[in-house]
Design a protein around this ligand. Sequence first.
Ligand SMILES: *[C@@H]1O[C@H](CO)[C@@H](O)[C@H](O)[C@H]1NC(C)=O
Ligand SMILES: [Cu+2]
Length: 234
Amino acid sequence: MKTISIASVLALASAAAAHYTFPSLVVDGTTTPAWVNVRKTNNYNTQAPVTDVTSPDFRCYDSETDPTAETITVAAGSQLGIMSDGTIYHPGVVNVYMANADGDADSFAGDGPVWFKVYQISAVTDGGSSISFPAEGVPGVSFTVPEALPTGQYLVRMEAIALHVASTFGGAQFYLSCGQVAVTGGGSGTPGPLVSIPGVYTGYEPGILININYPIPANYTQPGPDFLQPVWSG
Ligand SMILES: *[C@@H]1O[C@H](CO)[C@@H](O)[C@H](O)[C@H]1NC(C)=O
Ligand SMILES: [Cu+2]
């Protein structure tokens, strides 16, 4: 008879619970309550990732929740954080995209080439002897809202790409959500390059379709619209 130890049951339970969502922002150092300033995602219960980068849910993952979020004010030049409901458990990388709502963020769908990248955390490689993921195991991320970002309402889309089973097509797991912010005191920059989401990835990018275990990648190419200008910082 095979006995199942308590330890193995706990290990299974924690493996199943190892996914995550990003339900909160951090504004002026305060973490906002879950799903108040972030549009509630379909996986608010399951925490399951998106794996189809062409799916409409790849944008804000809210096709089943029909969410309304409150738009929170953030000053250009200040720190904006995005928090998970636990930690970014899996090895992988992070991108944060924004899109100008050109009006009210409540009614802004984010269609078309309107998204630009404002922040990323990539992998660290050293020619093939090791690869590490600075975003692994952290509870959330924080970045500076560019001072040159024009005043107005925006969607802020968090994207954590888990790469632990990314060696087959569709294996990379995307944990994502969209917050709503009103940027004040902004500048007159022109954010870009602009991409559509979905559309920004095919799933075949070297940083998405990748075996991170063997052989150890000698280099890592962060997924995103423009290798030469990876993030728009104003
Ligand atoms: C590493 O660099 C080579 C040469 O530029 C490129 O073809 C390959 O896709 C890169 N690998 C990754 C994992 O980004
Ligand atoms: Cu997981």
